[in-house]
Design a protein around this ligand. Sequence first.
Ligand SMILES: C[S@@+](CC[C@H](N)C(=O)[O-])C[C@H]1O[C@@H](n2cnc3c(N)ncnc32)[C@H](O)[C@@H]1O
Length: 243
Amino acid sequence: MKIIDIFKLQNKEKIEIAKALFKDAYTNANYTLKPSERKKINTYFKRLDKKEPIEYILKKANFYGRTFFVNKNVLIPRVETESIIPYLLKFDSVIDIGTGSGAVGITIKKENPDINVLITDISTKSIYVAKKNAKGMDIKIIHTDLTNKIPINEYKCIFANLPYISNMDTLDESVKNYEPFIALYGGLNGIEIILRLIQELHTKKWNGTLLLEMDPQQISLIKENKTIIKDQFGYNRFIQIDY
Ligand SMILES: C[S@@+](CC[C@H](N)C(=O)[O-])C[C@H]1O[C@@H](n2cnc3c(N)ncnc32)[C@H](O)[C@@H]1O
């Protein structure tokens, strides 16, 4: 098999895998793959054919123009989530609860190093990935459940993209079979964890701005006084609750 045979497949993702695997050799269309290279690329292609997201195969995902390390223990950051970044950049202190790969918190710190950023997650495996992505950065990282153990009064803004799926059967195979359950499932009504966070902040008498990413269909279930923010595709994607 030559590199040109991969081009002939006309499959964007397979070509991307070849590019990542063969780097310089990739520009030489007549390069013949060594048996070990052939074996490796075929294993990757098989994973792709079984609908595994390319981000998990290549262990990287793009978010807001940067590349983040990802593995099957974290949600692949979604392009819709990028729409909230300009809103978060208006604050001088932000907590990203349920950070997953760390994409949101790390992005705001990279965009403005003066912002005091704390990122948290309930999953130790997510914390491992977030720490890897935040290496060398001045970002606090806490492994915890929602606002437990967090000095919330030191922060003016909390962002959370918590799990909001109520029925896993409705998901695409590539999501259901590969992305972590803990990042997706939000209880029977889908918004159990979101409601718990809203309530915790009332109980703790927090003063600040909560920005939540939600399923557009579930926003009407939140009875708080809220402002709706659209994503770049025009969907009602985020809500802002002022405490
Ligand atoms: C939908 S993913 C979002 C990941 C990331 N913020 C993003 O936008 O790409 C939800 C994340 O919330 C975390 N999570 C779930 N329940 C949590 C809880 N009770 N407290 C903190 N984090 C939680 C999951 O481990 C997962 O990383």
